[in-house]
Design a protein around this ligand. Structure first.
Ligand SMILES: Cc1cc2nc3c(=O)[nH]c(=O)nc-3n(C[C@H](O)[C@H](O)[C@H](O)COP(=O)(O)OP(=O)(O)OC[C@H]3O[C@@H](n4cnc5c(N)ncnc54)[C@H](O)[C@@H]3O)c2cc1C
Length: 462
């Protein structure tokens, strides 16, 4: 990057959006050099903390003028390196654009700025008796803008879908600074190309999202959470298609293998109910009334064959206790091995057991420790491989080989590379396993139409 251009850009930014929003102090820059991806970081040259769409527009126009890479950033919880400034340049943080502009109870919509934390929106909607269903496990810390950019999902996707199913309107800024609006508080829209469809999952490579219209739904009055232990992962996973075929549609069906449960137990230093079972399913059922739930529970009991007791949670404290194990898995992995990688491959639901069996058999031949858990209801399997005390040279050689094996297996079973975490940096070398040459060419032409000088989040996806 040209140093003179960089200095001129800093002066220009300070003049047009204000000194306090432009950061060049190395100590401060450090916080923006990484996200939640294990073992990758790179320093930006500048950070801008935007507080309005005008700040975003002016910043991008200046980046375009001086040919400086601009990397959009929400809360920095991404796990595929999407917000890491690999080509240095300017990190454009929208963290402070965190206003809930409106909760429209009558039309059941929320209008928000991109920096709003997902849980904050959920709580605000709930105060009006409404629900924003997408619930990434990181919901306490990730932002809605980041959720859109990654196409985030969560446990409730099995019944309610993912982020893409709730976006009805956007304001976004092109790399040249132009501001575009599309859609709004409307449930249908067939007006021209679907910009929302292109931008959700675009990982900050096409435009910066500055305002979002989201559909809300009435919050279900009755909700129950169940922890169901099984002897083996196969027994747990084979239940999933059976439930759905029998018209029991839980809002979540999460699974955790035995090693995941044991790791969390060690990390939290707490007893976990049936901590020695072969696998757990964490199922949430919601409905209009307690009676509805009881009917579903009876039918579920008849379908499920386990020697263990089913633990039900009705109160907030009981529910939090059940979900604590699931939400602590990633931290437990980090604690056990600071270097690891995690993939969120997706396969058809019925293929999850055989897919996991293949992966485990392969990893055993390489003497690697893995922790597998995820969204059983969506076939979205989180496979984490821990470096542990393996020699780093050996690890670095093995990682590409293992990733390739996992992705090829997922594709073999009719699946794909990622269900919700995106491609970012960590999967870009494998994109061609899932997307044809022509598909990649078309994607590059879409990128060029939005960003002809390739300044927005360069080095990601392709
Ligand atoms: C413990 C843990 C659990 C997780 N669980 C889940 C889960 O269940 N489901 C799931 O889907 N993910 C999960 N994630 C991953 C992560 O939280 C999501 O990808 C989340 O959507 C990222 O949001 P963020 O605000 O942190 O984005 P960031 O990390 O800041 O950015 C992610 C990407 O979005 C782009 N971006 C951010 N804001 C904008 C914007 N306004 N305009 C354009 N581009 C933008 C960035 O350039 C980057 O490419 C988890 C992560 C952790 C650490």
């Amino acid at each position: 990057m040209n140093k003179t251009a960089l200095n001129k850009a800093v002066l220009s930014l300070r003049k047009s959006i204000g000194r306090d929003k432009v950061i060049t102090d190395p100590y401060m820059l450090d916080q923006f050099s990484r996200d939640e991806t294990s073992d990758i970081s790179e320093f930006p040259a500048i950070v801008v903390r935007a507080t309005s769409v005008t700040d975003v527009s002016k910043t991008l126009a200046i980046c375009s003028k001086y040919n400086i890479p601009a990397i959009p950033r929400g809360a920095g919880t991404g796990v595929t390196g999407g917000a890491i400034p690999v080509k240095h340049g300017l990190v454009l943080s929208v963290e402070q654009m965190n206003n809930i502009i409106e909760i429209d109870k009558e039309n059941m919509f929320a209008v928000v700025e991109p920096g709003v934390i997902t849980k904050t929106l959920q709580d605000a909607a709930l105060e009006h008796g409404l629900m924003y269903p997408p619930d990434p496990a990181s919901l306490d810390s990730c932002s809605i803008g980041g959720n859109l950019a990654e196409g985030a999902g969560g446990p409730r996707a099995v019944k309610y879908g993912t982020t893409k199913d709730y976006v009805t309107g956007l304001e976004f800024v092109l790399p040249n600074g132009a501001v575009i609006n599309t859609g709004g508080k409307i449930v249908k829209n067939a007006t021209g190309y679907n910009f929302i469809g292109i931008l959700v999952g675009s990982e900050g490579t096409l435009a910066v999202i500055t305002k979002i219209y989201l559909k809300l739904i009435p919050a279900p009055p009755a909700v129950i959470d169940l922890l169901i232990p099984f002897d083996s992962i196969d027994k747990a996973l084979n239940i999933v298609p059976l439930l759905l075929q029998n018209r029991i549609i839980p809002s979540t069906i999460e699974f955790m293998e035995e090693d995941a449960i044991k790791l969390v137990k060690e990390f939290l230093k707490e007893e976990i109910p049936f901590g020695n079972a072969g696998a757990h399913l964490l199922i949430q059922i919601d409905g209009d009334s307690e009676d509805d739930l009881m009917k579903d529970l009876d039918r579920l009991n008849n379908l499920i064959n386990t020697k263990y007791e089913i633990i039900a949670a009705n109160t907030k404290i009981q529910k939090e206790r059940l979900w604590k194990t699931r939400r602590s898995i990633r931290e437990s992995i980090k604690n056990a091995s600071s270097i690891f990688f995690g993939e969120d491959t997706v396969v058809p639901r019925s293929k999850v057991p055989v897919f996991i069996k293949d992966i485990k058999t392969y990893l055993n031949t390489e003497s690697l420790r893995s922790i597998i858990y995820g969204h059983a209801g969506d076939g979205n399997v989180h496979i984490n491989i821990l470096k542990g005390d393996m020699n780093i040279e050996k690890w670095n050689k093995l990682v590409p080989k293992i990733k390739k094996y996992i992705f090829k297996k997922a594709i073999f079973y009719g699946g794909t590379l990622t269900g919700e975490h995106g491609i970012g940096l960590t999967k870009k070398n494998y994109l061609n396993l899932a997307v044809s040459k022509e598909g990649i060419e078309l994607s590059k032409r879409i990128k060029a139409a939005f960003d002809p000088n390739s300044i927005l989040n360069p080095g990601k996806i392709f």
